[in-house]
Design a protein around this ligand. Structure first.
Ligand code: HMG
Length: 440
């Protein structure tokens, strides 16, 4: 059996930027450090008034096809993952295909198109669908385009407002991939939860504090489930762990959970357990409260160790560089974390070929998934071809008044006449419902 995985990836950031310490913090009367140190964010990406989930998705996919020399005939499947859909019937992938058909001679008439929804984890689920379709031998030699695209906006004044973002990640899933091969093993943690939901409403209803706990609980279950099929994971065998990143502060907590979980049988855990006078295993405790108290003591002690800090700096921190500048891209976030880590390796002259990534995806509602990826030989050319830094630097830096205008435009009336802060350059733009996705 040939290998199957991500052959190539491209991103498209919303063309606007909101500076959190400089512009947002003073308006909220908060210290800038709450955002930069606490949440771990410097800025968020926003769509200009001519951008939406379709244009960002089509622009990322066009860049991907162009760079890889792909024609519509090479694509047997287009799946879009989003939690910002505006159409309850027609999938976003049909709009995206319509855009792409403006610039290619061929068409996607024989490609299967769909839309996946399960909050942020839908991007990874679409990746799985593409993987399974290829492994089942139904692809006729073709690959799949998977696009994760979202405008992650919260109501103004909601605690989540600081974690907004907008952008798309397009991936080509194929046999003999150039970037990463996906493991057949997966672990899941899944339960019916109501801490983050959007039932027929524009903005999410969120119990932010609880959502953090639900994320950690589901991620722990997924790790456990993954190890039950893939065998024990050792922290030194993993190059990076890209986690779903609603904001980097969340991943600080997930990193600690991951380390605590995968090192449970190693010396450091036993040493610390002895130090705090308890066994760091759930079964050793009488009540839930006792257990949580012991975990708190244990993790506080663990956080301060050189061993943990060194591991975090090597394995987790490099996954957060891009996220710090763009905020939450919902379905795209975990895929941004992968790019961020690989970009960091490239910039530091590290060869990742053959190394393992442990990918931790998550979606509210709630489900976590863990799978492993093996880095392919041509990974560095793939990552070198990206223009992430240029895209981020080209964003227009909004004033507070600009931000309010853009926020209103994107969330109340899609078809309103608002200012354009940037000029589209050879990209698909939203130009009214009848003419959406025109290339300018
Ligand atoms: P908040 O309540 O405004 O913030 O919002 P806070 O008071 O908890 O402070 C945040 C952190 O900053 C804390 O750090 C503070 O101590 C620190 P922590 O204790 O957590 O480590 N802090 C400071 N640090 C340095 N200097 C200072 C300072 N002040 C405070 N001066 C909350 C936080 C997460 C609730 C909010 O951002 C929120 O509601 N976000 C939206 C929900 C969310 O992102 N949840 C994450 C898990 S769920 C998920 O990931 C799924 C999601 O992506 C959706 C999907 O799947 O579809 C959201």
């Amino acid at each position: 059996m040939t290998t199957v995985g991500i052959d190539a990836v491209e991103i498209w950031t919303g063309n606007l930027k909101l500076d959190l310490p400089g512009t947002f913090a003073p308006q909220k009367g908060e210290a800038p450090e709450k955002y930069t140190k606490g949440l771990g964010l410097n800025a968020s990406s926003f769509p200009d008034s001519y951008e939406d989930i379709v244009t960002m998705a089509a622009n990322a996919a066009h860049r991907l096809m162009d760079r890889k020399g792909l024609e519509p005939d090479d694509v047997g499947r287009i799946d879009v993952a989003t939690e910002s859909a505006f159409d309850n019937s027609k999938p976003v992938s049909t709009y995206v295909a319509g855009c792409l058909e403006q610039v290619y001679e061929g068409d996607f008439h024989h490609a299967n198109k769909g839309e996946r929804k399960f909050a942020c984890i839908a991007g990874t689920q679409s990746l799985d669908d593409a993987y399974n379709w290829i492994r089942a031998g139904r692809n006729r030699g073709r690959g799949a385009i998977v696009i994760a695209t979202d405008t992650a906006l919260y109501a103004r004044g909601d605690a989540g407002e600081a974690t907004q973002g907008a952008g798309a990640v397009a991936m080509y899933i194929a046999e003999d991939p150039d970037l990463v091969e996906l493991s057949p093993e997966q672990g899941y943690g899944s339960a019916d939860e109501t801490d983050f939901l959007k039932p027929n409403q524009q903005f999410p209803s969120v119990d932010g504090k609880r959502s953090v706990q639900v994320y950690l609980a589901r991620m722990r279950e997924a790790l456990q489930d993954f190890e039950s099929v893939a065998g024990d994971v050792h922290p030194d065998d993993i190059a990076f762990i890209p986690f779903h990143t609603p904001f980097p502060g969340m991943v600080r907590k997930a990193g600690l959970l991951g380390y605590r979980y995968i090192t449970r049988d190693t010396a450091i855990e036993e040493e610390l357990a002895e130090e705090i006078g308890r066994q760091p295993r759930e079964e050793a405790f009488g009540t839930e409260d006792d257990y949580h108290e012991a975990v708190r003591e244990y993790t506080d002690a663990l956080k301060g160790t050189d061993q943990y800090q060194e591991w975090y700096a090597r394995t987790i921190d490099p996954t957060l560089t891009v996220s710090r500048e763009v905020g939450n891209w919902y379905t795209g976030s975990v895929h941004i974390a992968r790019i961020s880590a690989m970009k960091h390796a490239l910039e530091n002259g590290r060869d990742l070929t053959g190394e393992t990534l442990l990918v931790g995806s998550y979606g509210s509602g709630a489900q976590a998934e863990i799978h492993a990826e093996t880095v392919c030989e041509s990974w560095s050319e793939e990552i070198e071809a990206l223009n992430v830094d240029e895209q981020l630097a080209a964003r227009y830096d909004m004033s507070w008044e600009d931000y309010e205008e853009v926020h209103d435009a994107h969330n109340h009336e899609m078809d309103v006449d608002v200012e354009e802060f940037t000029t589209p350059e050879e990209e698909f733009v939203f130009d009214g419902w009848g003419r959406m996705g025109e290339r300018k």
